[in-house]
Design a protein around this ligand. Structure first.
Ligand SMILES: Nc1ncnc2c1ncn2[C@@H]1O[C@H](COP(=O)(O)OP(=O)(O)OP(=O)(O)O)[C@@H](O)[C@H]1O
Ligand SMILES: [Mg+2]
Length: 304
């Protein structure tokens, strides 16, 4: 593969923390430009450490990281220009105003306030924060803070956007709004990489994925191939009223009270089921898998 086709290339990356915790034991993977990629793994797998190295927050122990053709060791500034990472923890000044937080970020990239203004407006609007632009960040809800992190990340038009657990603390309705936004960003050409514990999230957004566990890449796959190896899964969706619709038929729906069980497979996605329910006028209160498809898969694939 041509180097220039790659948004990110990681080779034999290792990280041992000061206390001898071996967080990464030599991981290698490539991500193509324009991809929507999921880094999937359980707690402590090394996802945030990998992302920390890419973003320059964590110094690697050894290995090579190339972002948009620029080696992090030799062209640090160029490599960093092309990528922005939305970390797992909020890291803006809570007493600053929303608009100023986004604009100040542009300053780090040598973009003037005036030049940054159109992007600030565009992304604050796209993420539903424009009305909140003059309030202090501390007054935002958790989900709004998460969206502010994303608006800020986009201000300098990075070619690669990396999101560490982007939907943690974001409610179901907003989550789907965020999915739509991320999909549009990806369709407009941005490479997006996210970490998640949720297979459903990777499934409805991403094309390719790697499973990371105990500091090692276990598998790197197109999502569709992964799903084909899995059993169908039953998801219980709690609605605002009893389900009496017709359009969910292919999901073999089973109604009980205000809940409906739907069967998700490689052919019929959860995302479409949610859309159908919306079209039929149902509001989703909550949902949960009846069987842990991803957990079962982890157990199988990480069995040493
Ligand atoms: N600053 C640090 N100092 C020492 N050890 C660390 C540090 N950060 C992470 N670790 C350790 O490195 C390992 C990988 O952690 P990491 O945060 O990368 O996992 P993760 O996959 O992001 O997990 P989660 O899903 O819980 O966010 C863990 O054993 C963790 O305890
Ligand atoms: Mg993490």
């Amino acid at each position: 593969m041509q180097k220039s086709e790659l948004a990110l290339s990681i080779k034999n990356l290792t990280k041992t923390y000061w206390n001898w915790t071996k967080a990464l034991s030599g991981i290698t993977f490539d991500i193509k430009k324009g991809d929507f990629f999921a880094l999937l793994g359980p707690n402590g797998a090394g996802k945030s450490t990998t992302i920390g190295v890419i973003s320059g927050l964590v110094t690697k122990t050894s290995g090579q990281v190339i972002i948009g053709g620029h080696d992090l060791d030799h062209s640090w500034a160029e490599a960093r220009m092309g990528v922005w990472v939305v970390p797992q923890e909020f890291n803006f000044g809570i007493f600053e105003k929303v608009y100023d937080i986004v604009i100040a970020q542009a300053g780090y990239y040598g973009i003037s306030r005036k030049a940054a203004a159109p992007n600030a407006e565009k992304y604050l609007k796209a993420l539903g924060l424009w009305e909140k632009r003059n309030v202090q960040a501390r007054t935002l809800s958790g989900g709004m803070k998460r969206r502010l992190m994303i608006a800020r990340a986009l201000i300098h038009d990075p070619i690669v956007l990396i999101l560490d657990e982007p939907t943690a603390g974001v409610d179901l309705e907003l989550r789907h709004g965020m999915y739509t936004f991320l999909r549009e960003m990806n369709e407009s050409g941005m490479t997006i990489i996210l970490t998640t514990h949720y297979l459903e999230e990777a499934e409805s957004l991403c094309r390719n994925m790697a499973i990371i566990d105990a500091g090692m890449i276990r598998k790197q796959w197109p999502i569709r191939e992964l799903l084909a190896t899995m059993e169908d899964e039953v998801i219980t969706i709690d609605l605002d009223k009893k389900y009496t619709g017709q359009a969910l038929e292919k999901y073999a729906p089973k109604s009980e009270g205000d809940s409906v069980d739907v069967t998700i497979s490689s052919k019929y996605s959860l995302d479409d089921a949610i859309k159908i329910l919306g079209q039929e006028g149902y509001k989703i209160i909550s949902m949960k898998p009846k069987s842990g498809r991803l957990e079962e898969f982890f157990l199988k694939s990480t069995k040493k």
